[in-house]
Design a protein around this ligand. Structure first.
Ligand SMILES: [Zn+2]
Length: 316
């Protein structure tokens, strides 16, 4: 990413403002605390020393590309495939590569309102996440089918060429081509300005009516993640049994304190419901980690808190 070259055709208002702030205020990268130069810079085509990172202002510094970030994490995972944490980098990169604003490296052109809109309307874009799921499983089997089928093709692509950088770039190119073929509907600079001038809700609403164009981009990004995870599963090694994680009856291993703890998560006895769809027939009366909560009175199991309608482990 390079601010001078941001945007679908030219930098947007916020890009220019950031560049001006960078040039006037002398804002430059804090390379000592930044991970970018340490982790991803090693894959750049040009080798840069410390001064190369800190001397240009933020306006004229070319950041390491997204595919290098992905490569860093993927290599980390491949070198020790019993630890999934490295996968966070390529998964993050694929999410970005499915976003029209990230693929043209802009902070402006409607970047933030677009992302906020997607977050706010996720349950409409992906009805499979419906809060009504347990009582009345409404999901779109055709959407599920599309994502899994495309995921398979992505996996095939990664097998044919295992370079994760090309995999990420390939998705970004598809994202850009798709939006371009639809008159660049995603790029609206005035929405970014409106968002900053305290019209956040109105700015988000600027993307109303574009859901049918967003959905394929998002589905494609998820398919690319499915393809990557399939490949990761092939490489994964069974860590085997670690005796220290064996806990006496009535307790379980707690990954945070790294010792046996009394049972953290108790759910009521699962109930069975008649098989109506291909999805799971086991229903729990409280929501486990990363499940949807807070809607229709759905509560998280003990040990989790409901943040933004998702059950998560509270920070300690
Ligand atoms: Zn973003």
């Amino acid at each position: 990413m390079l601010y001078e070259a941001a945007g679908p055709h030219n930098p947007g208002a916020l890009d220019v403002a950031i560049m001006a702030a960078g040039d006037i205020g002398g804002l430059s990268l804090d390379a000592k605390s930044s991970n970018g130069d340490d982790h991803y810079g090693q894959y750049d085509r040009v080798r840069r020393i410390f001064m190369d990172w800190v001397s240009p202002s933020i306006a004229h510094l070319e950041f390491s590309p997204l595919q290098n970030l992905a490569n860093y994490g993927w290599e980390k995972y491949r070198s020790n495939p019993i630890q999934a944490s490295g996968l966070g980098w390529p998964l993050h990169a694929l999410g970005d590569a499915a976003n029209p604003h990230h693929v043209v490296a802009t902070t402006s052109w409607g970047h933030r309102p677009y992302e906020d809109f997607v977050q706010k309307h996720w349950l409409q874009l992906f009805p499979s996440s419906s809060s009504d799921l347990l009582e009345n499983p409404v999901y779109d089997p055709a959407q599920l089918h599309r994502i899994v089928e495309q995921g398979f093709y992505f996996w095939q692509g990664l097998n044919a060429d295992p370079d994760i950088r090309k995999y990420v770039v390939g998705l970004a190119v598809q994202t850009r081509a798709q939006v371009r073929s639809q008159n660049d509907w995603a790029y609206n600079d005035s929405l970014s300005i409106q968002y900053e001038l305290d019209g956040q809700e109105e700015a988000k609403a600027g993307y109303q009516g574009h859901e049918d164009r967003m959905r394929p981009l998002l589905e494609h990004g998820i398919s690319a993640m499915v393809g990557l995870l399939m490949k990761a599963a092939e490489i994964a090694r069974n860590p085997g049994l670690t005796p220290t994680t064996i806990c006496p009856a009535g307790s379980q291993y707690d990954i945070f304190s790294l010792k046996c703890a009394s049972v953290l998560y108790t759910c009521e006895e699962p109930k069975l419901v008649p098989i109506r769809t291909i999805r799971s027939t086991v229903v729990e009366t409280c929501v486990q980690q990363v499940g949807v909560c807070g809607l229709d009175g759905k509560k998280c199991c003990s040990g989790f808190d409901c943040y933004g309608n998702v059950c998560t482990i509270p920070p300690r």
